[in-house]
Design a protein. Structure first.
Length: 457
C-alpha cells in the first residue's frame, strides 16, 4: 500500500493522499506545513535530487508515529517540489485504521461511549470522564441510565427505538448532569453497530458539551430583549415623566391650600403618593434596563454582609427580627463591584423583612466551596415563604406577589442580573409557612464580567 506526500521546495508538506494521515495518527490539517525533517527526524534525504518524471529513488526506511514500517521513495518535480512515496506492507491499512481510531477514541474532547445490546457501557473514553466527572472503572459494565438524570430517563426508550429502527439518532439536544450535580447542555448522536451478517451488536454514542453555546445564545437573546426594554423604558420615562411631575406638583400645591383633615386633602395626598409610585416604577425600570458599570475590587463578602446588616439594623430590630450571622473566617476574596453586591444583599434582606411582618429570624451564612472555586452566601428567613407555583418566576421582571404599591417586581430581577454578570448564580428554595433561603455564589478570582447582560437605556 502506497501513500503520497507532496513537499514544497522548502520541504514542507502541502498535500497528502487520502489515508496518509492514518500513518501519523493525526488529521491532515495538523500535518500540512510541517517540514519533512520534523515528521521524519531520522530520515536523511541527502542533498541530491531524485530523477524527475516517474523515476523514484529509495531514500530510506522509517517507522511512522503509529508504529508502521515504511520504505520511503522520492522523486523531484520541475518546479523544485517533490513527492514522497511511503510504501507499507499489504494489510497495513487495517492496522493503521485501528491505531488511528484508538488514538481518536482516547484523545477526543467529546465523550465517546459504546453500549452493548443490553445498553451496558463497555467503552468510556477520557472525554466522557471529563464530561461526567466519573472514572471509566466506575461506569464500565453499568447500564447507561446511571448517566442520565432520573427526570430524563424517559428519553432512553425513544432513543433506543430510533437507533434500532433508523440506524442512528443525530444531534439530539438534552440535559445531563455531572457527578457533582452540575447540569450540562449536550448534543447526543447514537449509531447502531452491526456485524457483517447485519446483526445488531451495540451502539456507539458521541456526546458533546454545548453548555457554553447555549448560554451564549441565551445571553444574546437576553441582551436583545433588554435593549428593547431599555428603549421602551427611556420612551416611557420621557413621555410620562413630565405629566407625573405636573400631577404631583399640582396635588401638593392644592394640598397645602386645602383644609387639613378633610376628604379633599386625603384625596390629594393619595394622588401625590400614587404619582410617586409611578415615578419609582419608572426609576426601577430604567435601573433594570441600563447597562451596568462595574468597578471591580478585591471584595470581602463577609464585610459586605456586616455593612448591609448595619444599615438595616434598626429597621430589623423595630420589627423584632433577630439576625444570626455565621460567617466563615478567612473567606477568600472575590473580584466584584462592592456597590452592586451590596445592592443584591440589600434587596434580599428587604424581601426577608417584608416576609416577616410579625418578627422572626434572619440567618446569614458564608462559606467557600473549593471544588467549585467559589464562595457562597445563604440568606434564610422564617417568613411566610413562597408558593411552589411562584418560585420559578420570582426572578422574572415585573413579577410580584405583593399588593398594589408593595413592589415593582424588579428587585430580584436586578439581583439576578448583577449576580449573573459577575459570573455567579442565585437560586431560591422555599417552603410556604416556614421560610425562604436565597443562595448566592460568586467565583473566586476575576470573573468574566458580562457587560452586555442588560441593554442600554
Amino acid at each position: 500500500m502506497d501513500f503520497l506526500l507532496h513537499l514544497t521546495p522548502q520541504r514542507t508538506v502541502s498535500t497528502l493522499s487520502p489515508g496518509a494521515e492514518l500513518l501519523f495518527g493525526k488529521g491532515a490539517a495538523s500535518l500540512v506545513g510541517k517540514t519533512v525533517e520534523a515528521l521524519f527526524p531520522d530520515l536523511d534525504l541527502g542533498g541530491t535530487k531524485a530523477p524527475g518524471g516517474i523515476d523514484w529513488k529509495t531514500v530510506g526506511q522509517i517507522t511512522t508515529p503509529t508504529g508502521v514500517p515504511c520504505e520511503v521513495r522520492q522523486t523531484s518535480l520541475p518546479d523544485g517540489s517533490a513527492l514522497l512515496n511511503l510504501h507499507a506492507q499489504p494489510g497495513v491499512c487495517t492496522l493503521c485504521a485501528e491505531r488511528f481510531l484508538t488514538s481518536v477514541l482516547a484523545e477526543s474532547e467529546d465523550a465517546i461511549l459504546y453500549l452493548d445490546p443490553e445498553e451496558r457501557v463497555t467503552i468510556f473514553n477520557r472525554g466522557a470522564e471529563k464530561l461526567y466527572g466519573w472514572k471509566a472503572e466506575e461506569i464500565l459494565g453499568k447500564p447507561v441510565e446511571v448517566l442520565v438524570p432520573e427526570e430524563r430517563r424517559d428519553e432512553l426508550p425513544e432513543l433506543t427505538r430510533a437507533v434500532h429502527e433508523d440506524g442512528r439518532v443525530l444531534n439530539y439536544r438534552t440535559v445531563r448532569r455531572r457527578r457533582d450535580g452540575t447540569e450540562i447542555n449536550v448534543v447526543i448522536s447514537r449509531t447502531a453497530m452491526r456485524d457483517p451478517e447485519g446483526h445488531f451488536v451495540g451502539t456507539s454514542v458521541i456526546i458533546r458539551d454545548v453548555t457554553a453555546d447555549v448560554q451564549a445564545r441565551r445571553q444574546i437573546q437576553h441582551s436583545e430583549k433588554m435593549a428593547a426594554v431599555g428603549q421602551l423604558a427611556a420612551g416611557i420615562a420621557h413621555e410620562l415623566g413630565t405629566p407625573l411631575n405636573v400631577i404631583s406638583g399640582t396635588a401638593e400645591l392644592l394640598e397645602t391650600e386645602a383644609a387639613t383633615g378633610d376628604e379633599l386633602t386625603e384625596g390629594l395626598h393619595t394622588i401625590r403618593t400614587q404619582a410617586e409610585t409611578c415615578r419609582r416604577l419608572l426609576r426601577s425600570l430604567m435601573d433594570y434596563a441600563r447597562r451596568p458599570r462595574f468597578e471591580l475590587t478585591d471584595l470581602d463578602l463577609n464585610a459586605s454582609v456586616e455593612e448591609t446588616i448595619r444599615l438595616l439594623q434598626r429597621l430589623l430590630e423595630r420589627q423584632h427580627i433577630r439576625v444570626d450571622t455565621r460567617l466563615e473566617p478567612g473567606l477568600p476574596a472575590i473580584q466584584a463591584d462592592a456597590n452592586q453586591v451590596e445592592q443584591v444583599l440589600m434587596n434580599i434582606f428587604m424581601n426577608a423583612w417584608q416576609a416577616m411582618p410579625g418578627g422572626g429570624s434572619l440567618t446569614i451564612t458564608t462559606h467557600s466551596v473549593p471544588k467549585a472555586n467559589e464562595v457562597q452566601i445563604e440568606i434564610t428567613d422564617t417568613g411566610h415563604g413562597i408558593a411552589p407555583e411562584h418560585l420559578s418566576q420570582i426572578f422574572n421582571p415585573f413579577f410580584t406577589t405583593k399588593g398594589p404599591g408593595g413592589g415593582t417586581g424588579l428587585g430580584l430581577a436586578v439581583c439576578d442580573q448583577i449576580v449573573t454578570a459577575h459570573g455567579g448564580r442565585i437560586v431560591a428554595t422555599s417552603e410556604p409557612g416556614r421560610g425562604t433561603t436565597f443562595s448566592v455564589s460568586f467565583p473566586i478570582g476575576a470573573p468574566a464580567i458580562a457587560t452586555t447582560t442588560r441593554g442600554d437605556a
